[in-house]
Design a protein around this ligand. Structure first.
Ligand code: AMP
Length: 282
Protein backbone atom coordinates (compact mmCIF):
# COMPACT_ATOMS: atom_id res chain seq x y z
CA UNK A 1 0.00 0.00 0.00
CA UNK A 2 1.46 3.35 -1.05
CA UNK A 3 -0.14 6.52 0.33
CA UNK A 4 0.46 9.87 -1.38
CA UNK A 5 -0.91 13.28 -0.62
CA UNK A 6 1.02 15.17 -3.28
CA UNK A 7 0.23 14.97 -6.99
CA UNK A 8 3.92 14.83 -7.98
CA UNK A 9 4.45 11.68 -5.85
CA UNK A 10 1.46 10.09 -7.57
CA UNK A 11 2.82 11.07 -10.99
CA UNK A 12 6.24 9.54 -10.19
CA UNK A 13 4.68 6.24 -9.11
CA UNK A 14 2.27 6.08 -12.06
CA UNK A 15 4.97 7.13 -14.55
CA UNK A 16 6.76 3.87 -13.82
CA UNK A 17 3.53 1.91 -14.32
CA UNK A 18 2.90 3.54 -17.68
CA UNK A 19 6.47 2.97 -18.87
CA UNK A 20 5.98 -0.71 -18.09
CA UNK A 21 2.66 -0.53 -20.05
CA UNK A 22 0.71 -1.58 -16.97
CA UNK A 23 -2.97 -0.61 -16.95
CA UNK A 24 -4.25 1.76 -14.26
CA UNK A 25 -7.72 1.58 -12.70
CA UNK A 26 -9.07 4.45 -10.62
CA UNK A 27 -11.75 4.56 -7.91
CA UNK A 28 -12.57 8.08 -6.65
CA UNK A 29 -14.16 8.18 -3.16
CA UNK A 30 -14.87 10.57 -0.30
CA UNK A 31 -13.64 8.03 2.28
CA UNK A 32 -15.66 6.53 5.16
CA UNK A 33 -15.37 3.42 3.03
CA UNK A 34 -17.80 0.51 3.16
CA UNK A 35 -18.57 -2.64 1.20
CA UNK A 36 -20.09 -0.55 -1.63
CA UNK A 37 -16.78 1.22 -2.26
CA UNK A 38 -14.95 -2.07 -1.79
CA UNK A 39 -16.95 -3.70 -4.60
CA UNK A 40 -15.67 -1.01 -6.99
CA UNK A 41 -12.11 -1.45 -5.71
CA UNK A 42 -12.26 -5.24 -6.11
CA UNK A 43 -13.52 -4.90 -9.69
CA UNK A 44 -10.73 -2.41 -10.44
CA UNK A 45 -8.14 -4.78 -8.90
CA UNK A 46 -9.45 -7.66 -11.03
CA UNK A 47 -9.37 -5.64 -14.28
CA UNK A 48 -6.14 -3.60 -13.97
CA UNK A 49 -2.46 -4.03 -13.12
CA UNK A 50 -2.46 -1.09 -10.73
CA UNK A 51 -5.29 0.57 -8.81
CA UNK A 52 -5.49 4.10 -7.44
CA UNK A 53 -8.15 4.92 -4.83
CA UNK A 54 -8.58 8.59 -4.02
CA UNK A 55 -9.93 9.70 -0.65
CA UNK A 56 -11.03 13.30 -0.72
CA UNK A 57 -14.12 14.89 0.83
CA UNK A 58 -14.87 17.43 -1.87
CA UNK A 59 -16.14 20.69 -0.34
CA UNK A 60 -17.56 22.15 -3.57
CA UNK A 61 -20.18 19.43 -4.08
CA UNK A 62 -21.94 20.00 -0.74
CA UNK A 63 -24.93 22.31 -0.94
CA UNK A 64 -25.45 22.00 2.81
CA UNK A 65 -22.65 23.08 5.21
CA UNK A 66 -23.98 20.85 8.01
CA UNK A 67 -23.85 17.80 5.73
CA UNK A 68 -20.21 18.64 4.90
CA UNK A 69 -19.27 19.24 8.57
CA UNK A 70 -20.87 15.94 9.62
CA UNK A 71 -19.47 13.86 6.77
CA UNK A 72 -17.79 10.84 8.48
CA UNK A 73 -14.00 10.50 8.18
CA UNK A 74 -11.75 7.66 9.39
CA UNK A 75 -8.59 7.40 7.33
CA UNK A 76 -6.98 4.55 9.33
CA UNK A 77 -10.12 2.43 9.04
CA UNK A 78 -10.29 3.16 5.30
CA UNK A 79 -6.72 1.92 4.82
CA UNK A 80 -7.44 -1.25 6.82
CA UNK A 81 -10.49 -1.95 4.66
CA UNK A 82 -8.62 -1.30 1.40
CA UNK A 83 -5.92 -3.79 2.48
CA UNK A 84 -8.61 -6.49 2.46
CA UNK A 85 -9.05 -5.88 -1.29
CA UNK A 86 -5.32 -5.78 -2.12
CA UNK A 87 -2.00 -4.81 -0.54
CA UNK A 88 -0.97 -3.25 -3.79
CA UNK A 89 -3.25 -0.20 -3.95
CA UNK A 90 -2.08 3.38 -4.36
CA UNK A 91 -4.08 5.69 -2.08
CA UNK A 92 -4.22 9.30 -3.20
CA UNK A 93 -5.43 11.65 -0.45
CA UNK A 94 -4.70 15.18 -1.69
CA UNK A 95 -5.05 18.38 0.30
CA UNK A 96 -7.81 20.76 -0.85
CA UNK A 97 -5.51 23.61 -1.87
CA UNK A 98 -3.25 21.38 -3.95
CA UNK A 99 -5.89 19.51 -5.93
CA UNK A 100 -7.79 22.77 -6.56
CA UNK A 101 -4.61 24.74 -7.39
CA UNK A 102 -5.42 27.18 -4.58
CA UNK A 103 -8.88 28.20 -5.76
CA UNK A 104 -11.53 26.04 -4.08
CA UNK A 105 -14.49 26.80 -6.35
CA UNK A 106 -16.51 24.91 -8.94
CA UNK A 107 -16.49 25.48 -12.68
CA UNK A 108 -19.87 25.65 -14.44
CA UNK A 109 -20.87 22.73 -16.64
CA UNK A 110 -23.73 21.87 -18.96
CA UNK A 111 -24.66 18.30 -19.77
CA UNK A 112 -27.77 18.67 -21.93
CA UNK A 113 -30.06 18.88 -18.91
CA UNK A 114 -28.74 15.74 -17.15
CA UNK A 115 -27.53 18.05 -14.40
CA UNK A 116 -30.82 19.91 -13.96
CA UNK A 117 -33.23 17.21 -12.72
CA UNK A 118 -33.53 15.22 -9.47
CA UNK A 119 -30.27 15.66 -7.49
CA UNK A 120 -29.49 18.69 -9.69
CA UNK A 121 -32.85 20.29 -8.90
CA UNK A 122 -32.63 19.68 -5.15
CA UNK A 123 -28.89 20.18 -4.52
CA UNK A 124 -27.89 23.55 -5.85
CA UNK A 125 -24.45 23.49 -7.51
CA UNK A 126 -23.87 19.83 -6.58
CA UNK A 127 -23.03 18.54 -10.05
CA UNK A 128 -20.81 21.53 -10.85
CA UNK A 129 -18.82 20.52 -7.76
CA UNK A 130 -18.80 16.84 -8.74
CA UNK A 131 -17.75 17.51 -12.35
CA UNK A 132 -15.05 19.96 -11.20
CA UNK A 133 -13.40 17.49 -8.81
CA UNK A 134 -13.80 14.47 -11.08
CA UNK A 135 -12.18 16.34 -13.98
CA UNK A 136 -9.28 17.40 -11.71
CA UNK A 137 -8.85 13.86 -10.35
CA UNK A 138 -9.13 12.15 -13.76
CA UNK A 139 -6.49 14.55 -15.11
CA UNK A 140 -4.22 13.86 -12.11
CA UNK A 141 -4.48 10.06 -12.34
CA UNK A 142 -4.86 9.56 -16.11
CA UNK A 143 -6.20 6.05 -15.58
CA UNK A 144 -7.23 3.63 -18.33
CA UNK A 145 -10.47 2.87 -16.50
CA UNK A 146 -12.41 4.68 -13.76
CA UNK A 147 -15.09 3.02 -11.62
CA UNK A 148 -18.29 4.65 -10.36
CA UNK A 149 -21.30 3.19 -8.55
CA UNK A 150 -24.84 3.02 -9.90
CA UNK A 151 -25.84 4.05 -6.37
CA UNK A 152 -25.26 7.57 -7.75
CA UNK A 153 -26.71 6.78 -11.17
CA UNK A 154 -27.26 10.41 -12.19
CA UNK A 155 -23.65 11.17 -11.25
CA UNK A 156 -22.47 8.19 -13.32
CA UNK A 157 -24.33 9.47 -16.41
CA UNK A 158 -22.97 12.98 -15.86
CA UNK A 159 -19.42 11.68 -15.59
CA UNK A 160 -19.89 9.75 -18.85
CA UNK A 161 -21.06 13.04 -20.43
CA UNK A 162 -18.09 14.92 -18.91
CA UNK A 163 -15.57 12.44 -20.28
CA UNK A 164 -17.18 12.57 -23.76
CA UNK A 165 -17.33 16.40 -23.69
CA UNK A 166 -13.67 16.77 -22.65
CA UNK A 167 -12.57 13.86 -24.85
CA UNK A 168 -10.75 12.21 -21.96
CA UNK A 169 -9.11 8.89 -22.83
CA UNK A 170 -10.60 6.93 -19.94
CA UNK A 171 -13.23 4.20 -19.90
CA UNK A 172 -16.00 4.84 -17.35
CA UNK A 173 -17.27 1.65 -15.74
CA UNK A 174 -20.57 1.56 -13.81
CA UNK A 175 -20.85 -0.90 -10.90
CA UNK A 176 -24.01 -2.33 -9.27
CA UNK A 177 -25.44 -1.05 -5.98
CA UNK A 178 -24.29 -2.86 -2.83
CA UNK A 179 -26.95 -3.12 -0.13
CA UNK A 180 -27.16 -3.80 3.61
CA UNK A 181 -28.95 -7.06 4.56
CA UNK A 182 -32.32 -5.19 4.82
CA UNK A 183 -31.90 -3.74 1.30
CA UNK A 184 -30.80 -0.22 2.33
CA UNK A 185 -28.23 0.99 -0.21
CA UNK A 186 -24.83 1.16 1.49
CA UNK A 187 -23.71 4.74 2.08
CA UNK A 188 -21.21 6.54 4.30
CA UNK A 189 -24.16 8.60 5.56
CA UNK A 190 -25.88 5.46 6.97
CA UNK A 191 -23.39 5.73 9.87
CA UNK A 192 -25.29 8.81 11.03
CA UNK A 193 -28.61 6.93 11.41
CA UNK A 194 -29.76 5.48 14.74
CA UNK A 195 -29.78 1.67 14.82
CA UNK A 196 -33.60 1.52 14.74
CA UNK A 197 -33.93 3.88 11.79
CA UNK A 198 -31.15 2.13 9.90
CA UNK A 199 -33.00 -1.16 10.30
CA UNK A 200 -36.33 0.34 9.27
CA UNK A 201 -34.78 2.12 6.27
CA UNK A 202 -35.08 -1.14 4.34
CA UNK A 203 -38.52 0.38 3.65
CA UNK A 204 -36.98 2.59 0.90
CA UNK A 205 -35.82 -0.44 -1.08
CA UNK A 206 -39.16 -2.20 -0.49
CA UNK A 207 -40.93 0.79 -2.07
CA UNK A 208 -38.54 0.73 -5.05
CA UNK A 209 -39.10 -3.00 -5.53
CA UNK A 210 -42.87 -2.62 -5.38
CA UNK A 211 -42.67 0.28 -7.86
CA UNK A 212 -40.71 -2.05 -10.15
CA UNK A 213 -43.41 -4.73 -9.85
CA UNK A 214 -46.13 -2.17 -10.58
CA UNK A 215 -44.22 -0.75 -13.55
CA UNK A 216 -45.37 -3.53 -15.90
CA UNK A 217 -49.05 -2.84 -15.12
CA UNK A 218 -49.48 0.78 -14.08
CA UNK A 219 -48.64 4.20 -15.52
CA UNK A 220 -45.63 6.16 -14.23
CA UNK A 221 -48.03 8.84 -12.91
CA UNK A 222 -50.00 6.26 -10.91
CA UNK A 223 -46.81 4.81 -9.39
CA UNK A 224 -45.56 8.29 -8.41
CA UNK A 225 -48.84 8.98 -6.59
CA UNK A 226 -48.72 5.58 -4.91
CA UNK A 227 -45.19 6.26 -3.60
CA UNK A 228 -46.17 9.74 -2.31
CA UNK A 229 -49.18 8.32 -0.47
CA UNK A 230 -47.05 5.56 1.04
CA UNK A 231 -44.52 8.05 2.39
CA UNK A 232 -47.24 10.41 3.63
CA UNK A 233 -48.17 7.68 6.14
CA UNK A 234 -44.56 7.39 7.40
CA UNK A 235 -43.35 9.16 10.53
CA UNK A 236 -39.71 8.27 10.12
CA UNK A 237 -39.07 9.00 6.44
CA UNK A 238 -39.76 12.18 4.51
CA UNK A 239 -39.89 11.85 0.73
CA UNK A 240 -38.00 14.55 -1.17
CA UNK A 241 -38.63 13.16 -4.64
CA UNK A 242 -39.55 9.98 -6.46
CA UNK A 243 -39.15 10.00 -10.23
CA UNK A 244 -39.27 7.53 -13.06
CA UNK A 245 -36.81 8.62 -15.72
CA UNK A 246 -35.31 7.53 -19.00
CA UNK A 247 -31.83 6.11 -18.24
CA UNK A 248 -30.17 8.06 -21.07
CA UNK A 249 -31.73 11.53 -20.77
CA UNK A 250 -32.73 11.22 -17.07
CA UNK A 251 -35.84 13.19 -17.96
CA UNK A 252 -38.64 12.27 -15.51
CA UNK A 253 -41.70 10.85 -17.27
CA UNK A 254 -45.37 10.31 -16.58
CA UNK A 255 -45.98 8.16 -19.68
CA UNK A 256 -43.89 5.16 -20.71
CA UNK A 257 -42.68 4.63 -24.27
CA UNK A 258 -41.84 1.30 -25.85
CA UNK A 259 -38.16 0.35 -26.40
CA UNK A 260 -36.87 2.75 -23.74
CA UNK A 261 -35.11 1.84 -20.53
CA UNK A 262 -36.32 3.40 -17.30
CA UNK A 263 -35.14 3.65 -13.71
CA UNK A 264 -36.89 4.85 -10.57
CA UNK A 265 -34.98 7.38 -8.45
CA UNK A 266 -35.69 8.36 -4.87
CA UNK A 267 -34.39 10.81 -2.25
CA UNK A 268 -35.56 10.52 1.34
CA UNK A 269 -34.76 12.24 4.63
CA UNK A 270 -34.42 10.07 7.75
CA UNK A 271 -33.36 11.80 10.99
CA UNK A 272 -32.06 14.73 8.88
CA UNK A 273 -29.82 12.35 6.91
CA UNK A 274 -30.44 12.48 3.18
CA UNK A 275 -30.54 9.06 1.53
CA UNK A 276 -30.74 8.33 -2.21
CA UNK A 277 -31.38 5.12 -4.11
CA UNK A 278 -32.53 3.90 -7.52
CA UNK A 279 -33.61 0.74 -9.31
CA UNK A 280 -33.77 -0.46 -12.92
CA UNK A 281 -37.44 -0.90 -13.92
CA UNK A 282 -37.19 -2.77 -17.23
P1 AMP B 1 -18.63 8.41 -2.34
O1 AMP B 1 -17.51 8.13 -1.42
O2 AMP B 1 -19.97 8.41 -1.70
O3 AMP B 1 -18.38 9.64 -3.18
O4 AMP B 1 -18.69 7.20 -3.37
C1 AMP B 1 -17.57 6.85 -4.13
C2 AMP B 1 -18.02 5.90 -5.20
O5 AMP B 1 -18.56 4.73 -4.61
C3 AMP B 1 -19.11 6.48 -6.12
O6 AMP B 1 -18.86 6.09 -7.45
C4 AMP B 1 -20.35 5.85 -5.56
O7 AMP B 1 -21.39 5.73 -6.51
C5 AMP B 1 -19.84 4.47 -5.16
N1 AMP B 1 -20.72 3.88 -4.16
C6 AMP B 1 -21.11 4.42 -2.98
N2 AMP B 1 -21.97 3.61 -2.34
C7 AMP B 1 -22.15 2.54 -3.15
C8 AMP B 1 -22.94 1.34 -3.06
N3 AMP B 1 -23.73 1.11 -2.03
N4 AMP B 1 -22.86 0.45 -4.07
C9 AMP B 1 -22.06 0.69 -5.14
N5 AMP B 1 -21.30 1.79 -5.28
C10 AMP B 1 -21.34 2.70 -4.31
Amino acid sequence: MQIFDHTNELHDALGEERLAKRSVGFVPTMGALHKGHLSLVKKAVAENDTVVVSIFVNPTQFDNQQDFDKYPEDFERDITLLKTASDNIIVFAPKKAEIYNGEITSKTFEFKGLEKVMEGAFRNGHFNGVATIVELLLNAVKANRAYFGEKDFQQLQIIRALVAQKEMPVEIIGCPIEREPNGLARSSRNERLSKTTRTKAGFIYEVLNTAKKKFGMESAGYIKDWVSENFAQQQLFKLEYFEIADVKTLTPITKKQKNKKYRAFIAVYAEEVRLIDNIALN
